[in-house]
Write a new protein. Structure first.
Length: 149
């Protein structure tokens, strides 16, 4: 399996784990909301319901974010070759190697560290559309692009 395929699979695992956690939270909150309805009365009841509603809204927003990440992953073409960075590029720099995909954080393959970042993140936006030997400045640090894959 090629490096980008391995990184892609790791991103899928991260996204699917997040999705599962959010779905479990939503399910747990729905159960709590139903039991809250059956057992409580008065102000305490209303406060509990309001807190659960807020948790449900937050989980709903997180769910939307994870679904967007899944959609972004589905758009990555690992076979696409380009001299310009794009979604799915592996960008080797003097500050590390970035996989332009989704915000999955640090990934490790064969003891090498890679950073999976979203193209809509600040650093992702800077790297998008660049070529080898180009330089970008991020948070006062000069980042030189050595190689694209």
């Amino acid at each position: 399996m090629k490096l980008k395929e391995i990184l892609y699979k790791q991103c899928e695992i991260v996204v699917n784990n997040r999705l599962q956690t959010i779905q479990e939270t939503i399910s747990s909150n729905q159960n709590a909301l139903q039991s809250e309805t059956k057992s409580s009365a008065g102000d305490k009841h209303e406060t509990g319901r309001a807190m659960l509603q807020l948790e449900m809204e937050k989980a709903g927003q997180q769910l939307q974010g994870v679904l967007q990440m899944k959609e972004t992953l589905s758009k990555i073409d690992l076979t696409k070759k380009s001299k310009i960075t794009h979604l799915g590029s592996l960008v080797k720099t003097n500050q590390g190697t970035y996989f332009l995909s989704v915000s999955a954080g640090q990934l490790i393959v064969d003891r090498e560290h890679y950073l999976a970042i979203s193209v809509s993140s600040p650093i992702g936006k800077l790297l998008l559309g660049k070529q080898e030997k180009e330089i970008v400045v991020f948070n006062g640090k000069t980042i030189k692009i050595y190689e694209l894959a």
